[in-house]
Design a protein around this ligand. Structure first.
Ligand code: AMP
Length: 211
């Protein structure tokens, strides 16, 4: 299965991608996570990406396309993959076509803007293993501590209130046109994001035809 997941920031792409990767036994490539690791490692690429991410803007297409060319050519992607966060513009989608990558399905997780703001402002990320939580929907057992590894939870730099609205605007302007792009190709399936993660998963499995 070669699957793309699209949806607004905070729609649950990363969470559903992790669940699907487990079920389908294919890797998830989350470009946001890849970029955050590059920043943490202090690479040249990370330094370039950092200012775009902090402002809630997209990293330029040419950087992202080079990054994905390299990532998708690795051995673990040969039997399928889930793309979480790529493509994010029609240009990136066209570049993926030009790489000769044949996608089976594109899953759009729909969540209204008002809910996105609430979701992003309550999101917490483990500073060590990068597990994600939400203060209301998926709280850790002990406040601000990761259940899995015991490290501190942090607020992502781009989940700060001043950045959230810009990320939503960027989504509507630059990423939403992808939905029509893939609908016209007959690849699009749409799941309605629910309050509970497990309910969204049920909906995702249903629209993807997974038993
Ligand atoms: P995410 O974790 O998917 O919300 O991504 C966090 C940030 O990384 C985004 O707000 C962008 O600044 C950047 N980013 C991730 N994927 C892409 C992409 N495909 N194209 C451009 N920027 C990206």
């Amino acid at each position: 299965m070669k699957l793309i997941i699209v949806g607004a920031p905070g729609a649950g792409k990363g969470t559903q991608a992790a669940i699907l990767a487990d079920t389908l036994k294919v890797p998830t490539i989350s470009t946001g996570a890849v970029l955050r690791k590059e920043i943490a490692d202090g690479t040249e690429f990370g330094k370039t990406a950092d200012s775009y991410i902090k402002a809630g803007n997209l990293v330029p297409d040419e950087f992202m396309v080079e990054l994905m060319k390299d990532r998708l050519s690795r051995d673990d992607c040969q039997n399928g993959f889930i793309l979480d966060g790529f493509p994010r513009t029609v240009k990136q989608a066209e570049a993926l076509d030009e790489m000769g990558v044949v996608i089976d399905k594109v899953l759009d997780i729909e969540v209204a803007d008002e809910k996105i703001v609430m979701r992003l402002s309550g999101r917490r990320e483990c500073s060590s293993c990068r597990a994600t939580y939400h203060t209301s929907y998926n709280p850790p057992k002990q406040a601000d501590i990761c259940d899995k590894c015991g490290a501190d939870l942090t607020v992502r730099e781009d989940d700060k209130p001043e950045t959230i609205q810009n990320r939503l605007n960027v989504y509507h302007e630059s990423t939403e046109p992808l939905i029509d792009f893939y609908r016209k190709k007959g690849l699009l399936v749409v799941a309605q994001g629910q309050e509970e993660v497990t309910e969204t998963t049920k909906e995702v499995f249903r629209v993807l035809g997974i038993e």
